[in-house]
Design a protein around this ligand. Sequence first.
Ligand SMILES: [Fe+2]
Length: 393
Amino acid sequence: MGIFKFMTPEIIFGTNALGQIGESMLRLGAKKVFVVSDAGVVRAGWVETIVRHLKACRLDYCLWTEPTPNPKDYEVEQGVRAYIENGCNSVIGVGGGSAIDAAKAVALLAANGGEIRGYEGVDLVTRPLPPMVMVPTTAGSGSEVSQFAIIVHSERKLKMTIVSKSLIPDIAIIDPQTLMTMDARLTAYTGMDALTHAIESYISLAATPLTEQYSLQAMRLIAGYLRPSAASRHNREAKEAMAMASLQAGIAFSNSILGAVHAMSHQLGGLLDLPHGQINAILLPHVMEYNLISAPEKYAHIAAALGENVSGLSQTQAARKAIQAVKQLALDLDIPGSLADVSLEAHQLDFLSGNAVQDACMITNPRDLEAEEVKRLFRQALGSEDACSANRN
Ligand SMILES: [Fe+2]
């Protein structure tokens, strides 16, 4: 094994952890805080709670709630203008992955200037970012602990992957109570995103003994608690477990990167503006099938972590159970097995596949993929042969 690094932010986890946000900002030297969120999170009341805590610490703030799901490059640039015009010196992101990624991107530009498009790829950030505290209100993205920000390039219609240790927030405040305002569908989609993080990080070419432990524990928690969490927004035990699962999967993937599912879903998400977790849930079993020969032993571990009985099975039989377990979980959560209503033209499939092989997440996929293989996986995941007009060409 070569040299590896392992990084996390300071983590404050638990019921009422939100109460520590004012003191946390003061500790980081905040004077005026740029609070990034979205309309749904404002409606849920979490922004009001945070603002109350900031005021109690005599901190000034500016609220910005413009980023949309799958945040766009031009939104980030509007955000950084608001940050500068209002004289802010620190950032809070509160919401799902979209709000948190937008907050990180604003912080990046505030310190480094230029356009967000100029930072696509790995390690292109050169100046330190302003203090950042992130508060997830979904159990999925892991962005509150990760070195990633995913922003849509509005002209190329794809999601740019921006990777830099500078994007790791200073503090992640995770209060499981915030998960109680999610509906069942969002809970399911975001939970499947966390599962995808856990599985892709576990089989990643950059996985390490440290990340593997977080990946496996996240899988165990998701197998045990995602169903009850989606069943009831009042199940505190399930919410706490899913908050922990998302955190652990986030720590794992931030340090070992991801794989082909994310490389592909970034393209579909950028083109069609669909929910990230939904696309991942649909792509995951197809990519797992493709990747199986690269890591059958690890697949057997995944099956066991997902609660499958693998005793007496051959390694390959046990490995296959991992894929079955993932499919069954999506089925139980009423997530459709394909994007059957999405019809793509041949040139769009070429576009998606060509961009997917360039995505930073593809580098650590354990089995090599060329554009042709990616195209075939897209076709499978999009449903029947008929669902995609490209197949008729
Ligand atoms: Fe993800």
